[in-house]
Design a binder for this molecule. Sequence first.
Ligand code: MG
Length: 340
Amino acid sequence: MKRASTQLSRGLTQSATSQVFKSRPRIKIVEVSPRDGLQNEATVLDAATRAGLIASLAKAGLPFIEAGSFVSPKVKQMANTRDVLLSETLRPVLQDGKTVLSVLIPNMRGYQDFKNTMQSLQEDGVDASRIEVAVFASATEAFSKANLNASRAVALDQLAQVAQAALNNNVKVRGYVSCVVKCPYEGIVEPREVASTAKSLSEMGCYEISLGDTIGAGNIYTLEDMLSAVVGRMPLSQLAAHCHDTNGKACENVLHLVKLGVQTVDSSLAGLGGCPYAPGAKGNVATEDVVRVLEENFYDTGLVQELPGQTHEAALWQKLQDLSRLGQEIKGKLKSEADV
Ligand code: MG
């Protein structure tokens, strides 16, 4: 298979050119720990702790935070998402004019819960216009049935209803494709299946599609093949990388995809969110690792601000310390709740 499309080659050339001119290309970090992370941890945290985590992440400068989900109440980790969004702790985040929050919604029942929550915020006089919706589709039939309890066609139809309802209410919609390289049930995933799923999400109105290597099976070659196929169906600027660190390759994979021109990267503070299909394995790539790798490779995450007289290295070190402290804090809370 041809390894790089013209557009992907152009992405690499642009990165190299930018380095020559000393301008760091901006990469948007999407912080997923309060949803993807906590949903995949065994311990259930209360709404106040979850809201506190989101507020701390916003304070640390994360511009986009996946805040929760309106899924089945059986998913206890996310059952109090309404309380999280209505929490007083989140009011400054909703009002700061720079942080975007998103909530994952699989069907119209979840959308109704979301809509009721938005109405409550409006009744409280809170501007909720920076809250977005996220929808989640699988590139394989078996994962769709296991994760969404529906075939791909049925799931996409449900998601299209959610997306339409959100767009009708002027709420932006972000999409995820899971299992973009390998599926825990079906094995290797054909890049054209990923491209077709991503295209469906784009057509239902998702402004951005996050490509998830859900079980962390990808390497730079398989991910590049997959990206090439997707870029044949939609602009590179619409795509995000979502890598898992199961095999310890997540940072290498993220950097490769960014060098190919991907401008948005999903990551999770302290790598929160283990991999449910590989017990004991690392889950989401850690935000601290992504920030370090990108900044060291001359990309600008927007998180590292140098003070007068301070070197970039010192500012980066300070930011990594801050994120690490926050990560240890939330891991400590997970541990102490688990010990109760
Ligand atoms: Mg993930």
